[in-house]
Design a protein around this ligand. Sequence first.
Ligand code: APR
Length: 227
Amino acid sequence: MKKKLVVFSGAGMSAESGISTFRDSGGLWEKYNIEDVATPQAWKKDPNLVTDFYNIRRKQIMDALPNEAHCQIASWEEFFEVTVVTQNIDDLHERAGSSNVLHLHGNIRLAKSSGPNQEKRFYPISNWELTADDLCEEGYPLRPHVVWFGEEVPAFGHAAEIIRESDLLLVIGTSLQVYPAAGLIHEAPATCRKIIVDPKVEEYLVPKEFEKIQGSAAEVLKQIDLY
Ligand code: APR
C-alpha cells in the first residue's frame, strides 16, 4: 500500500511561476490594503474594486505556468497517495497534474453567489474577467470563490481529517501566519514524518519534530529524499 503524503502549500509554492507572495518584501499586501480588497466589508463597499483586484490576479495566474516544484509533486503520485492541501487560489497544482487538490482559500477560476447560498454552487469563469453583470441562478451578483479575511474556511475540517491520516507531511512556502490554516500543521499524528521547506524557514516557529529545509520550492523538491 502506498504511503499517504500530504503537501500543504502556500504562496511560496507559486513564486517561481511568477506569482507574488503576500508577505515577502514587495508582496501583494504591501501594494494593497487587505481591508480594501479581501474582506466581506470591502465587497459591500466597492464590489467593482474587489472584482477588479481578482480579475487582475486571475489574468496573471492564467498567463503563468506550473513550475518544477508543482510538477515534482504531481510525479510523486507514482509512489505515494498524494493529497495537496493548498492555501493558494491558483490552479497550478492541477495544471501540473496533481489529482487530489483541496483549496482551503478557494479557487480563483470559480465564482460563487454573493447572496445567502454561497456554497451551494460554483460557477467556472471561462475567461479572466468577472463582471458586475454576471449573476448566480438566484439573481445575486457573482463574487470570486475565495475565502476573505473574517470568513469561515469551509474546507478546514476536511483538510484536518486528511492531515490526521498522513504518513508524511510536507509544508512548503507558507509564512504560517494566517489562521485557521496555519494550525493544520499541528493535526499531523506523532507517527507522521514532518518536513517544512521555505527560504525563511529558520525564522518560523514550528514544532521541534519538523525537519527544516531552507531553500526555494523548486530547488529543494528536485533533490529531497522522501523514501
Ligand atoms: N519557494 C518556497 N517558498 C518561498 C519562495 C519560494 N521560491 N519564495 C517565497 N517563499 C516563502 C516565503 O519565505 C514565505 O514564508 O513563501 C512564504 C509566503 O508567505 P505568505 O506571503 O504569507 O503566503 P501564505 O503563507 O500562503 O499566506 C497565507 O494569507 O493573504 C492570505 O489568503 C492568503 O492564502 C493566503 C494566506
